[in-house]
Design a protein around this ligand. Structure first.
Ligand code: 6PG
Length: 243
């Protein structure tokens, strides 16, 4: 389901304000999901922007979210070991997961060090087991995503084959030349588009042009323009990036 009517935009003065709003929404979604389905499945984003959100969840939501019922997934990963500073897992682990009472077997890491093809196959398997392989069921209760100045999200890059993947739930991906780690694994569009809530967290003047093109509908082919939650799609923007 892709339609603008499902998109809402929240503008905050700062990333701290946006992180507050995102954390509150995650707490509400977690409570609702656990009440209805016994678990809360969240996909975490990489990059720098979500770090304050993760730290806030660890600091202020440690006792208000049923962490023992949370299944943690990752939207994408760089093909590096988990202790590597460029690892999205490492960011989430040090900023959030090691500070809350999460059940380790419910942390579904992308094993990036296997290399893009093997890691994508392995993660495809993890996701299918988590969602009982059912192509119809919603996937993540909340998917947190970032956006790059080129309109990429997770590791779905313009012009990369992973963007057009329709069968696999996770695929090898290739960041443009110059990216920190070119070899990636990403969750694919069909899986993101079965998330109940998609939450884009995006700040910084350097992204204003692409965000304007996405939200105005001028560039509907950009990866971030093609992801919608089946219930809600929220764009959390600071003043610098807001159209
Ligand atoms: C990654 C991310 C990527 C990120 C954007 C924004 O692994 O790099 O998943 O999609 O969200 O590049 O990154 P920043 O938040 O660092 O600007």
């Amino acid at each position: 389901m892709s339609s603008d009517e499902h998109r809402s935009v929240v503008i905050g003065e700062t990333l701290a304000d946006l992180s507050d709003s995102a954390a509150q929404s995650i707490e509400d979604a977690a409570r609702d999901a656990v009440a209805k389905r016994g678990r809360f499945v969240v996909a975490l984003a990489g990059g720098e922007t979500p770090k304050p959100l993760y730290e806030l969840l660890a600091r202020d939501y440690r006792d208000t979210i049923a962490w023992d019922r949370v299944e943690v997934c990752f939207g994408d990963e760089r093909c590096v070991p988990p202790h590597n500073p460029a690892s999205n897992f490492r960011l989430a682990w040090t900023a959030l997961l090691e500070r809350v009472p999460i059940v380790e077997k419910r942390v579904h890491r992308i094993i990036g060090e296997l290399g893009p093809d093997a890691a994508a196959r392995e993660y495809d398997g993890q996701l299918r087991r988590l969602f009982a392989g059912d192509q119809t069921v919603p996937t993540f209760d909340v998917a947190v995503l970032g956006v790059g100045p080129d309109g990429h999200t997770a590791s779905l890059f313009p012009g990369d084959a992973a963007l057009d993947e329709q069968k696999r739930w996770a695929a090898p991906a290739h960041a443009p030349v110059g990216a920190k780690v070119p070899e990636r694994v990403t969750v694919t569009l069909p899986v993101f588009n079965r998330a109940r809530v998609v939450m884009f967290l995006c700040v910084g003047i350097e992204k204003r042009d692409v965000v304007t093109r996405i939200l105005s509908g001028a560039d509907a082919e950009l990866p971030a323009a093609r992801v919608f939650g089946i219930e809600r799609t929220v764009w959390l923007l600071d003043r610098a990036v807001a159209p």
